[in-house]
Write a protein that binds this ligand. Structure first.
Ligand SMILES: [Zn+2]
Length: 112
């Protein structure tokens, strides 16, 4: 009996997963959830999910942050944790001087 197996890949974008400030493009923008799933297939039918990668990215500038399964489940419950996560992840890539500047600039924008 001949068994034909292979790999299939799904990539799904969920637009407007959340809306929050992006420190990269300096505006409150929509963030997209991207889910990439690899499957083991038999006879070209997706059978066993093998690997799932999730990331969120700013719809405007494409700044991307990877998220794990536990974070994904937490973020599905409420946008507040996700907003804090995005802010922390974006600012973690910056130096202390850049962080201070970006936080001051955002505070100015929030008060306008
Ligand atoms: Zn952005």
């Amino acid at each position: 009996m001949l068994i034909i197996f292979g790999w299939e890949k799904d990539i799904v974008d969920i637009p407007n997963f959340t809306q929050c400030y992006c420190y990269n493009c300096d505006d409150a923008k929509r963030w997209v959830l991207n889910i990439e799933r690899e499957w083991v297939s038999f006879f070209a039918i997706k059978t066993i999910p093998f690997l799932t990668k999730r990331k969120i990215y700013c719809e405007r500038c494409g700044d991307t942050i990877g998220i794990n399964h536990h974070q994904y489940l937490t973020f599905k419950k409420g946008p507040i944790e996700l907003t804090h996560f995005i802010e922390h992840a974006q600012l973690a890539k910056k130096t202390a001087i850049q962080r201070t500047y970006l936080l001051e600039r955002r505070a100015k924008i929030d008060h306008e």
